[in-house]
Design a protein around this ligand. Sequence first.
Ligand code: IMP
Ligand code: MG
Length: 177
Amino acid sequence: MQSYKSILKETSILYSNEEIHKGIKNIAEEINQAIQGEFLYVLTVMNGALFFSAHLIPLLNYKIYQDYIHATRYGEKIHGGLVKWIKEPTDVIRDQNVLIIDDILDEGITLVEIIHQCKAIGARNVFYAVLFDKLLDREKIIKPTFSALNVPNKFVFGFGLDYKGFGRNLSDLHVIN
Ligand code: IMP
Ligand code: MG
């Protein structure tokens, strides 16, 4: 098995920690201007968005209720919104403005299911913020309401995102060469 150190040697830094923080500050300003109202119900998508949320939420000017949600896709090959819920949104979001915070938008399959579930519960508005938007060569089924930084169609990790379960604690965003 390849060692962690040798894996890191085969990566480059796509965004430094400083660049990520600038992106988070900008997206926070955008959200504060765009979403009207006193209350905001924030749902952090575990595990990847844990770090992004921890930095973003203190920059938001609302009376905030914060919870987490956790969904995984059934294996790699299944498409069509089939996700398995580990922690579903609860009905406290009924009639509320909901902001979903996620790490990266790839194909958007998980996200579509998350939004569907929030709307089924009766959320008034569902907004969606991602730290990274992966640029694919095809149209996505969904666009983020807010996104901080674009990444190429490559595997990235660090700042919350994992590579085979590790690397979430890296302060920069790494890309595999
Ligand atoms: P989607 O359903 O295809 O949008 O899958 C999105 C989820 O896959 C993200 O929330 C991440 O957890 C994971 N993911 C997608 N691309 C990457 C990547 O480059 N690095 C780490 N995780 C990724
Ligand atoms: Mg995720």
